[in-house]
Design a protein around this ligand. Structure first.
Ligand SMILES: [Zn+2]
Length: 507
């Protein structure tokens, strides 16, 4: 069966049925209504987002002899039907990626001056225009400089950066966006309904997600995976290698309960299923991202900090996958970092009573907050400790790390600092671990260091001296029966353990 049959069948035949791209649709409709159609359009955007379909609609609107509401092609006149059947001689579609396309562009310059054969206008649609040779671009440029009144051009590309500026500046440009999942879903269920396909919503959702905003791919997948008039989630999942949504939800659920064992069980299940770890982590991070954006919308700072940390940790796991000798290890490490049982027990913060102050039962938040760092730039807020006095432990520094990094003004320093993890706090010496020397060196430049230390003081209320280490790539197991083992004289391992579990050395 022809895989694109459904796509062709449901290609929009008028502007009303064009999916997504509302801004482009409105602008073009207005241009058609007011008879201000540009002689050269440039449509850029990802594949399957409607560029060619829209180009054909413009061509039809230019040719139709019975426009509806002054803008929509009638689909009944000879010109409309010929375009729908792909046989109107005055609509010249060129695929610049093909060999024939190169010749066609070459001829274009000579033939363009001939009047249209049947329709009012000649319309050239040049697809994948970025594939043209330099010579072809030059030929096209000459034509675009002075197009004959009967000629219209619509250029389409997925790679706008490859189009010479001289061409871009002669066209009216429209950037097609990826089509939203919701719009894809709606279109797919419409098609399924029309085709009498029984499709469960989960299956349609999985296809929409997988198609990454491209309608053509989405419809192609729908067609490919429908058997006996049925589209089932299990099949979609298997064919696309989509991660089992139950396991994704399960991981979120166990992590939020700090149920490390439960979360690790999910990894084992994934492994047993032969699932693609990379894909799973990707989908999990995507899930976290959704929640993060939601927490930003709700201004839920606590949640934001947690999610940022989770995204960092799982992204790191994803990056480490290709080097991992045991494929499930990075994911397991990430899970333990986030919800490790050791942390759960040791992480209970103890109130810190400063030695010099008398231990009063209630410590007023301002008492710690007011200690202004000497070099605080005027604009910083001084209500840094809005949650009250912060316990000064490595765990508290870690929990506040997003707040600390957020306050760094220079973006590049912020990125470098964000890549670091606080791993040790000994009296006022705070050790930050970095993945690369580059970030470490950046943070340790004199001015940067002063700024970072000031910000840490601002947030935690404590002066610190910052020390740095670069993380060793090798990861050795340091857990034995849920205890952190601290071998004597092996500080780097201690650091590593602390880095993983966010704990402190206890006597
Ligand atoms: Zn018509």
């Amino acid at each position: 069966m022809d895989q694109v049959a459904l796509y062709r069948k449901y290609r929009p035949h008028n502007f009303v049925n064009l999916v997504g791209q509302d801004y482009i649709k409105t602008t073009l409709v207005n241009a058609i209504k007011s008879n201000h159609i540009s002689h050269a359009y440039l449509f850029s955007g990802p594949r399957g987002t409607g560029k060619t379909s829209t180009a054909r609609l413009v061509a039809k609107a230019l040719s139709c002899s019975d426009l509806q509401d002054d803008h929509d092609p009638c689909n009944e006149c000879e010109f409309c039907t010929d375009i729908n059947d792909g046989r109107l001689i005055d609509l010249i579609e060129i695929d610049a990626a093909s060999n024939r396309g190169i010749d066609e562009v070459r001829d274009l310059k000579e033939k363009i001056n001939f009047a249209p054969t049947r329709a009012k206008y000649k319309v050239y649609i040049i697809d994948e225009v970025h594939m043209m040779t330099k010579e072809a671009f030059n030929a096209l440029l000459k034509t675009l400089e002075e197009p004959p009144p009967h000629a219209y051009f619509i250029l389409a590309t997925t790679e706008i950066h490859k189009i010479p500026e001289t061409i871009i500046s002669r066209c009216q440009r429209f950037d097609f966006r990826r089509i939203s999942r919701k719009a894809l879903m709606t279109r797919l269920s419409y098609i399924a309904q029309m085709e009498k396909i029984t499709a469960d919503d989960k299956a349609l959702e999985a296809i929409s997600k997988h198609s990454d905003g491209g309608l053509r791919d989405a419809i192609g997948l729908l067609e490919q995976m429908t058997t006996d008039g049925k589209l089932e989630y299990e099949k979609v999942r298997d064919v696309l290698g989509v991660s089992d949504s139950n396991l994704l939800d399960g991981l979120m659920d166990t992590l939020s309960k700090r149920d490390t064992k439960g979360a690790l069980k999910i990894v084992h299940e994934l492994h047993d299923q032969g699932s693609d770890m990379k894909r799973f982590i990707h989908e999990f991070v995507e899930n976290l991202r959704g929640r993060l954006l939601e927490s930003v919308a709700n201004d839920d700072k606590g949640k934001m900090a947690t999610l940022i940390r989770m995204i960092d940790v799982f992204q790191e796991a994803s990056n480490e996958l290709h080097m991992a000798s045991i494929p499930q290890l990075p994911l397991e490490m990430a899970i333990i970092k986030i919800s490790g049982p050791v942390v759960a027990q040791q992480d209970i913060p103890e109130p810190v009573v400063e030695k010099k102050t008398e231990a009063k039962p209630e410590i007023k938040p301002e008492a710690t907050a007011v200690q202004k760092p000497e070099s605080t730039p005027e604009k910083r807020e001084h209500k840094a400790i809005d949650t009250g006095a912060i316990m000064f432990t490595i765990a508290s520094v870690k929990d506040n790390w997003p707040r600390i990094t957020e306050r760094i003004k220079s973006p590049s320093l912020r990125i470098s600092l964000k890549s670091g993890t606080p791993v040790k706090l000994e009296r006022n010496d705070l050790t930050i671990q970095f993945g690369t020397n580059f970030h470490k060196d950046k943070v340790m430049e004199h001015d940067h260091r002063v700024e970072v230390e000031a910000v840490i003081k601002e947030v935690t209320g404590k002066p610190v001296k910052m020390l740095v280490v670069v993380k060793e790539l090798e990861i050795k197991p340091v857990v034995e029966e849920e205890k952190v083992v601290i071998p004597a004289k092996e500080e780097s391992k201690v650091d590593e353990a602390l880095g993983i579990f966010g704990g402190e050395v206890m006597d």
